[in-house]
Design a binder for this molecule. Structure first.
Ligand SMILES: Cc1cc2nc3c(=O)[nH]c(=O)nc-3n(C[C@H](O)[C@H](O)[C@H](O)COP(=O)(O)OP(=O)(O)OC[C@H]3O[C@@H](n4cnc5c(N)ncnc54)[C@H](O)[C@@H]3O)c2cc1C
Length: 372
């Protein structure tokens, strides 16, 4: 591959990168997939919305979610805007129930689907990208590559898109993420319901995985974590002090933390435009949403398919699908911001708390911060 020239390169080894490679290969192109190997361990984000079904079907991959290490989602209980739990069943979705994924295995299976097609993979990060005379030049390890089209699927890094477009941020939401195991002596059979709970400092999400571990996410703003307190300590203190339901569930079912608690960015960011001459951003690189929507993976799939299809058209000289793609992403961002505003407004119990004050005022004025 040293000094090779390829028609299209896909950067990033997540869901968006894999879905784009499948789409390009199906269109008869031989994409180069620059996808560094992951660091192993768990990745947060397991709730796959029913809206993903038709997209997976388009990728010939809807069978992947039926595998035994995933499970259909059932009931969600939420304490949001009220001290009482509201119940919603996943069967209300016409497409079928949502799925609770084993995220790492889902990503690995989708990557295998791509690699079984005519896709070439380099398992190293892109170190440098430049554009001269309508051609992209990439440095990947000691390999130099040239390509005519770049699909940026590097997640929130937006490695290429951040220097080609303006980057915006609506908030600085962060997630404290833990995975728990049940004490083998515990006698409680854990519920398979998902629980969402709003509290003074943010909100909580907890769900049982198919392998019987519990995935726990606490969403808050980074500056609200007490100074001098570790992320793990902040999470444990808040579990016992703030939550009415989540802490009790964990205690009574005998769950305990077995891996370190990690912190990760989870705010709403996007680039505008999401595509330009010779490039398109897909997945979180184009638009990363507050996980309140549980639509990040679905967005990764649709932007990957639409972005890859637009790149095929662009390579044959038709730039209209690329422009239409950028418009569709921009519209999707505005729709998300307005539904997010509405959902946060439904919580009125903590209006004096900084986390909620920010969401009520910031979303009310719809002020966007340029993040460049
Ligand atoms: C805490 C949390 C909970 C979430 N929960 C849900 C949920 O329940 N449901 C849901 O649908 N979504 C959820 N999401 C969102 C979802 O995880 C993302 O939307 C999704 O992972 C986006 O996929 P992606 O492929 O665009 O990006 P990523 O999964 O971030 O993949 C990007 C890839 O690019 C690679 N990369 C980075 N830089 C370079 C480089 N220079 N060169 C080459 N490769 C590079 C990275 O190594 C990575 O493999 C959650 C997100 C968070 C943070």
């Amino acid at each position: 591959m040293r000094n090779a020239t390829v028609p299209v390169a896909v950067l990033g080894g997540g869901i968006a990168g894999a879905a784009a490679c499948i789409t390009l290969a199906a269109a008869g192109l031989r994409p180069l997939w620059i996808a560094p190997l992951g660091r192993g361990g768990d990745k947060p984000g397991e709730h796959l919305a029913p809206a993903a079904w038709p997209l997976l079907s388009k990728l010939g991959s809807s069978d992947l979610v039926a595998r035994s290490y995933h499970r259909p989602a059932g009931i969600t209980f939420s304490s949001w805007g009220s001290d009482h739990l509201a119940e919603r069943h996943s069967m209300v979705h016409l497409e079928g129930p949502a799925t609770v994924l084993n995220r790492m295995r889902f990503e690995a299976d989708l990557a295998d689907r791509a690699l079984n097609l005519d896709v070439e993979r380099i398992s190293a990060p892109v170190a440098q990208v430049s554009r001269q005379d309508d051609v992209w030049h990439l440095q990947v390890g000691d390999t130099r590559l040239r390509t005519f089209f770049l699909l940026d699927a590097t997640g929130r890094t937006a490695f290429v898109a951040r220097s080609r477009a303006s980057r915006f941020r609506a908030d600085r939401l962060a997630a404290l993420v833990g995975f728990l195991e049940q004490d083998p002596q515990a006698e409680v059979v854990p519920t398979r319901a998902t629980l969402v709970e709003a509290t003074a400092s943010g909100w909580w999400y907890v769900t049982l995985l198919a392998d019987d571990r519990l995935a726990l996410n606490h969403y808050t703003d980074p500056d609200l974590i007490p100074f001098g307190s570790s992320k793990a300590q902040a999470l444990l203190d808040r579990l016992s002090q703030e939550t009415r339901y989540v802490g009790r569930w964990i205690d009574e079912a005998g769950f305990r933390f077995v891996t370190p608690i990690k912190a990760t960015s989870a705010g709403t960011t996007w680039v505008a435009p999401a595509a330009g001459i010779g490039w398109a951003a897909i997945g979180d690189a184009a638009a990363a949403f507050d996980p309140l929507s549980s639509h990040g993976m679905t967005t990764a799939l649709w932007t990957a398919i639409a972005g890859a299809e637009a790149s095929v058209a662009a390579l044959s000289g038709d730039l209209r699908p690329l422009a239409a793609y950028a418009t569709k992403v921009a519209t999707g961002v505005q729709e998300f911001l307005s539904s997010q505003r509405e959902i946060y407004r439904r919580e009125q119990r903590f209006l004096n708390e900084p986390f909620w004050k920010r969401r009520h005022s910031q979303h009310a004025s719809n002020t966007l911060q340029d993040d460049t």
